[in-house]
Design a protein around this ligand. Structure first.
Ligand SMILES: Nc1nc2c(c(=O)[nH]1)N[C@H]1C(S)=C(S)[C@@H](COP(=O)(O)O)O[C@H]1N2
Ligand SMILES: [Mo]
Length: 421
């Protein structure tokens, strides 16, 4: 395990919160002696007409944002077809993940499906087995909800100690979008679930199929059969034309390109295979099902990919927090490795099982910091330290690592992934 050995920050320096901030924000005083050529001279982009409304029928980000992209870690998996890439959390703000930046996790690559050829079947322990076309689904009442999807393996590489340098890689197996879809409950009611139907098995139309089991209680609660994300059609990578949304539960149950729902009396895994996503506990016993994602948070800036470049003075610390069990009413931030904590400012909508955005504005004195954030969810649960998690779950786990993340900031403003204990 890699532990932090740098200078320990002292308590004194960090008592200055936003309220104590006396310094001016970052702006240059205008004087006749030092005119800024970028404001006093006419710039090239002011001298010619720009592109017209026919230049970009589907708009893309500014070319100056070309670094804000999903990235993969080639050594993580043998093949990009059964692999994962990561959301650039460090470069985003607010709570919504833009569609083109949502991380992807495929077991058999992206299926390309013409919506007219797509079918969704409900079979098994139902009164009538049904097949829906996309057109059929559009006739059911639909709902809009913002939910996070987090892969159970998010931060999994960090169990044994600080490893990947950037929140894109340590925490980027998550996205948060607004879904439009039909409540799964309505489709199951249409088919008529028999009283013996206690589980659903959900299957994708991709080469991997997946076949995941979900208890009937959850299926009838808040699951959606979604066809839109952030207002537009699902991206192929996210399951176009249909995906299952399982709010608050681990990503691998959110079947993409969903084509079949089989109602059964027991979990599919009990019949066909063993679960692929198990949590190995300290006593060597594997926990077969862990569904809800526990409360978690991470500081997205400053962080290893976003060092502080403006020197000391006013500094905006920001990050995201989420819980599979509700909302996030509170996030605490420490700049001294947990000696003192300050309540961060939450900003933006607070939806159930959605990402939340927090900020802490400080007056940075230019000394090293150990930055951490700690989420509290609406059930009262508080995000644990990594050491506390290891005490319960041992050193051999991969999945469901929701421990507190530490970034060590040096006097130059550079950030590094470390662990302190
Ligand atoms: N059909 C199908 N559904 C799938 C997968 C898959 O490979 N095939 N991967 C699962 C896993 S493990 C995760 S974490 C999420 C990832 O969703 P995303 O690609 O939209 O991020 O989809 C899940 N649904
Ligand atoms: Mo996953």
């Amino acid at each position: 395990m890699q532990h932090y050995k740098g200078p320990k920050p002292s308590r004194r320096r960090f008592l200055s919160g936003a309220a104590a901030m006396g310094a001016a924000f970052g702006a240059t005083r205008v004087t006749a002696q030092s005119p800024d050529p970028l404001i006093v001279n006419t710039q090239p982009w002011q001298q010619d007409l720009g592109a017209g409304v026919d230049a970009a029928p589907y708009g893309l980000p500014s070319p100056f944002e070309s670094d804000v992209i999903r990235r993969n870690v080639p050594w993580l998996t043998a093949d990009p077809v059964s692999s994962v890439n990561f959301t650039p959390l460090h470069a985003l703000d607010g709570i919504i993940t833009p569609n083109g930046l949502c991380f992807e996790r495929h077991h058999g690559g992206v299926a390309v499906i013409e919506p007219g050829d797509h079918r969704l079947m409900i079979n098994g322990l139902v009164e009538k087995e049904l097949v829906f076309t996309m057109e059929d689904l559009m006739r059911f009442p639909r709902e809009n909800h913002v939910y996070f999807l987090e892969c159970a393996a998010n931060s999994g590489m960090e169990w044994a100690g600080a490893q990947l340098n950037g929140c894109q890689f340590t925490h980027g197996m998550i996205h948060n979008v607004q879904y439009t879809g039909v409540p799964l409950r309505l489709l199951l009611e249409e088919a008529g679930v028999k009283t013996s139907g206690k589980w659903i098995m959900v299957e994708g139309a991709d080469a991997a199929g997946m076949n995941r089991s979900i208890p009937m209680e959850k299926a009838l609660d808040d699951c959606l059969i979604a066809f839109k994300m952030n207002g537009e059609a699902l991206r192929p990578e996210q399951g176009y034309p249909l995906r299952l949304v399982v709010p608050g539960w681990e990503g691998n149950m959110w079947i993409k390109w969903i084509r079949r729902i089989e109602v059964g009396d027991k979990p599919w895994h009990a019949r066909e295979e063993t679960s692929k996503y198990t949590d190995l506990l300290a006593n060597g016993v594997a926990r077969r099902f862990t569904w809800e994602m526990d409360a978690k948070s991470v500081i997205t800036s400053p962080s290893p990919q976003v060092p502080i470049t403006h020197g000391k003075g006013p500094l905006v610390i920001t990050g995201v927090a989420w819980s599979g069990r509700g909302t996030i009413p509170r996030v605490d931030v420490t700049t001294d490795g947990g000696i003192t904590w300050q309540k961060a400012r939450m900003s933006g909508p607070s939806f159930d099982k959605s990402m939340h955005r927090f900020y802490l504005e400080i007056d940075w004195d230019g000394a090293p910091m150990l930055l951490q954030s700690r989420a509290h969810d609406s059930t009262g649960y508080v995000q644990p330290t990594k050491d506390a998690l290891r005490k319960i779950r041992g050193e051999n786990s991969i999945y469901h690592n929701n421990g507190i993340q530490t970034w060590a900031i040096d006097a130059e403003g550079r950030a590094e992934n470390v662990e302190i204990s």
